[in-house]
Structure formats: structure tokens, C-alpha cells
Design a protein. Sequence first.
Length: 238
Amino acid sequence: MMLQELESLLAYVENPEAKKEDYQRAVTEENCLGKRSTKTRTLTFRHLAELYSLDRTCLLFRSLLFFWSRDLPGRPLLALLCAYARDAILRSSASFILEHPESSTVSRESLEELLDSLEPGRFSKATLTSTAQNINSTWTQSGHLRGKAKKVRTQASPTVGSAAYALLLGYLAGARGQGLFSSEYAGLLDCPPEKTVELAEEASRKGWIVFKRVSDVVEAGFPNLISPEEKERLREQN
């Protein structure tokens, strides 16, 4: 998920109102990521834009920036959540990774087999290997795996910001009420629903989201993140 590059880029372009062209210029012209060639700079920007949009008109990226500046420990999970929402191959690996018991080994070969089974013959052997390595690297950066050559399943560390962002993404996908805590995005937090509720309550106390719970009835709102126009479009879609 190119976490290091994302962190460096967002630290370099500090203007919260920056446009996509500003990020592009920072990477390709000003070489803020220290890439050796023009081609590498261009490819790096393209990959970052595919994963994160880098466009403030995109609700996913605008919300990512909101939590990014407020929850530094949550940045790895924030990046994962955004990339997961935008990358189909990463999404296809989630259940495979998350279903591994803690302390179990996750081999690159088994991930290659999974990818090949999803679309038989699509990837060459070299592409399967590099894709599996990139996916394992992503889950390592997010805290779901540890190790270099040998990857071992570990438990991620959800934070207030990452939990709030996961609820937002679930909301955008159509989840409401208790369903927010069983969405695929909440699953990436790698913790019981009760823990996610606690984090949501803290996010509400901070004023980042609106969260109310009465017995088993819960309600979440995102007035700081979703504009009235976006909320209306969501209402029409649902």
C-alpha cells in the first residue's frame, strides 16, 4: 500500500486544500519521494493515485486526510482501509489473511495459489510472485502480519481514527446501525465489535463523528466528513 511514500507525500504537501495536480507536481517534478528517474516518479504517482485518489473531491481521500492529521498511530490502518476500498486484488486477499490464526505462518506460495485460483491463467509466475509479495508487504505494514522472509499472523492495533474511518466506509457501502460493526471494513480492524463500539464512542467524544447507542440500537453520523450534497446522493442510492 506504499505507506512510506504516502506518509512522505502528505508530509511534503502540507496544504489540506491541495489539489491532485499539487500532489502530482510534488512527486513528478519536485521529486519529493527521491525517485531516480522520471519514469519511476510517474509510475509512483500513478500507483498512489490508484490507491488513494489524492483528490479532495473524492470523499474517501478527503476523509483519510481528516483522520490522518488527527490520529498518527492509526495511519497504517487508515491507509489500508482506503487502499482496500479502491483495490480489488487487495480485497480478494483479506479473508485469506484475516482467517489465519494468530501466530500462524502465511506463506507467499499459498497466497500465490489463492490469486491464481481467482483468475486462472491471468498472471504469469513472475507477476504472481511480485503481486503476492506486495500484498504480504501491505498486510505487514498494516500490522496484520510481521516478519520479513517468513510472515506470521499478528493482531492489528485499531485506533480511534481508524475505527471511525472504517465505520464511515461501511456507511458509504450501505451499512447502518449494528451492521456498521460487522461490515468488511470493520473486520479489517481485527478486533471484537465491542472494542469497535468503544472506539466509536471515543471518536464521538472527540467530535470526529456522531455516535449514539441506546441498548442494542446504535446510530452513527458523519457531519464533519459527508457534505449535504453527498448525503443526498447516498440517500438516493440507498
